[in-house]
Design a binder for this molecule. Sequence first.
Ligand code: SF4
Length: 375
Amino acid sequence: MNSTESRLDQLRGPVPPVPHNARTIAALTSNPGCARRAVMDAAGVDKRTVAARVGFPPPYGQSPFAITRTRAFEAQVKANGCAELLRMLREVLDLPIPEVAYHDLEEAAGNTSQNVRHALARQVLGAAAKGTDEFGTLFDHPLLRLPVGGRQVFLEPDLIAFQFQGVFHIIEIKSFAVIDGQADGGKVAAAAVQSGVYVVALRQLLKELGLDPERVSHDVVLVCPENFSNHAVATKLDVRRQLTVLNRQLNRMTRIDELLEPLDDDLTFDLAPDRDGRPTRPVGELCAALEHIPARYSPDCLSMCEMSYFCRREAHGTTHALGRTVSEELGGVEWVEAALGLAGGLLAPAPEQMEAAMVLRAAMRLRNECFGIPA
Ligand code: SF4
């Protein structure tokens, strides 16, 4: 085990790691400058439990009910050798698929180790891409791999990659409903980013095999229940825009070993559970450990990260807590109090704050005019 892996193990403590998935990669790439999330995710720290321990239980998360519903719907869509799924794929991709070979890649001859499963997915998908006859068409749960912050991350997609005439399509099965042809825009947007993560990972696999990564289509297929029924409907989604953002953000991410470099050697998020699994780690100590790694809170965190209530409290009074647009406009002005001082002319701007100070004074003038306050 290399030193990066052993440091990450120490950060997590003696518990199994929380694995990455497309959702966590999407969240990481939406805030690539946050070292705290990058380190905690790389170490597989259970952020939900840590946040609850420090008194800020997360505001969101998939309910057990939603997870069960998604699994049941996925099982229904894939029943009888994916018969229902095939019917939809023929329609939505406009493909005449005469017959289909189905591969369940959830385990490799009883072996569920990630390395073995990834090797199997690589072999089977590679053979399909090369046009070997006995391989292709539907691949259930292929285990993909993606470099994130300089480390390989396994992605366990609950999807099927479909190959026809040399083109792979990512199929994403979700349990949110499409009602009268419309689905919740936020949920579709999140599904598009998550599917985009799988496209990037599958393209990476083809690249490693010396094959053209563009053979993975930017059109993914979203399968959802229709009109409050269990009837499934498939829709094609173009994720080109999401792919551009994901690739740019993945390339911008700092390497994990560089993020670990300045951290104290004895830093850990070990919750020291008692015999019943209840955390015993002193709250103050855990807060200090969290504060040791810089974060970059923005209001977007509230819908994406389990640590968001903790980080929002910590960022209180800063301009970046007001959102990306405000913090970009006020570059060089870290605190709301300083912004108010600059706006009212009570504070002389530093050279790097001149531009922001002009914007703030103009905004203050406008505000005063609106409220009839004399200058
Ligand atoms: S909530 Fe905190 S840890 Fe999570 S991404 Fe935002 S700033 Fe980073």
